[in-house]
Design a protein around this ligand. Structure first.
Ligand code: C2E
Ligand code: MG
Ligand code: MG
Ligand code: MG
Length: 280
């Protein structure tokens, strides 16, 4: 009987595995179609300065699936990365972001747009070349686009990665290190790779202002960044207390639900230049 039970468990386990594999394959198939059928869209979330003005809007990818509804990137970006489809999606995001910058500029809205690059994008032979081609085809200043890169890109910073980063910098495109503090990058590393700023990860902001550890870490990060001439953006700001703490501790540019959630581009066009309430 014990043997039978073992065999049953194995059968159930095998079944579960092949079920997962099937689901994964279906998702992959749907994502290929999503590209063809143009089911991706961009939401934008503002970075607000201490005057309450929008400085930058971060482009955040969404998938409007006919079966699944509006899907968040955490669900499908890993699959896009595994399959290499991310290269095409990044290209689309970049084109869309450049058109949006142009559109806002024509409306008299002087906003930058930041977009996320995947570590996988850096494996492309001429990432910088293909990015710069698209930017230069749009009549916008390259400095209106910002690129957000995660620390894992720097871990195996090959000559190819370094070359791409240097070319972005030379073209006047600001580079931001995303999710700062969750990986292994040191601040001196950042200068070497020409970064303009860092985005302090939400996990540190979460603990403000009550957790002594979070307070110490954020103060330390901001102080060192200032000495190195790096901009600091805090992400995941959800409360007035967090915003106040950050502003009083040298971090003027804030992003998070406290100000606004990510929303479609035309929402921001209609909202225009209206400011957010000043925090301090
Ligand atoms: P990220 O670049 O760190 O983006 C910030 C994420 O935090 C966004 O999630 C945003 O909606 C969320 N967020 C913003 N403010 C708050 C807040 O106050 N509280 C909380 N709890 N969350 C907040 P989202 O849009 O789901 O994106 C998740 C991640 O997916 C992004 O993290 C980024 O790594 C990736 N991603 C999004 N769009 C793209 C893209 O076009 N290309 C690539 N390669 N990755 C993307
Ligand atoms: Mg980001
Ligand atoms: Mg981030
Ligand atoms: Mg993140």
């Amino acid at each position: 009987a014990a043997k039978d039970a073992g065999r049953n468990r194995l059968a159930i386990y095998t079944q579960a595995l092949s079920h997962a594999a099937e689901q994964r394959q279906r998702l992959e198939q749907e994502l290929r179609q999503a590209l063809e059928r143009q089911e991706f869209l961009l939401y934008y979330q503002p970075q607000v300065d201490n005057q309450g003005q929008i400085r930058v809007l971060e482009a955040l990818l969404r998938w409007q699936s006919p079966h699944r509804g509006l899907v968040a990137p955490d669900v499908f970006i890993p699959v896009l990365e595994d399959t290499g489809l991310i290269l095409e999606v990044t290209r689309w995001v970049l084109q869309e972001a450049c058109q949006q910058i142009l559109h806002w500029q024509q409306q008299g809205l002087p906003w930058r747009v930041s977009m996320n690059l995947s570590p996988r994008d850096f494996q492309q032979a001429d990432l910088a070349g293909s990015v710069l081609d698209i930017v230069q085809q749009t009549p916008i200043a390259p400095s209106l686009l910002e690129l957000e890169i995660t620390e894992s890109v720097l871990l195996d910073a090959s000559a190819q990665v370094q070359d791409s980063l240097a070319r972005f910098k030379a073209a006047g495109i600001p580079l931001l290190l995303d999710d700062f503090g969750t990986g292994y990058a040191s601040l001196t590393y950042l200068q070497q790779f020409h970064f303009d700023g860092i985005k302090v990860d939400r996990q540190f902001v979460d603990g403000l202002p009550d957790s002594p550890q979070s307070v110490a870490l954020v103060r330390g990060i901001v102080t060192m960044a200032q000495h190195l001439g790096l901009h600091v953006v805090a992400e995941g700001v959800e409360t007035a207390q967090q915003a106040l703490f950050l502003r009083q501790n040298g971090c003027p540019i804030l992003q998070g639900y406290y100000f606004d959630r990510p929303r479609p581009g035309n929402y921001w066009s209609e909202r225009g230049n209206a400011t957010y309430p000043a925090v301090c």
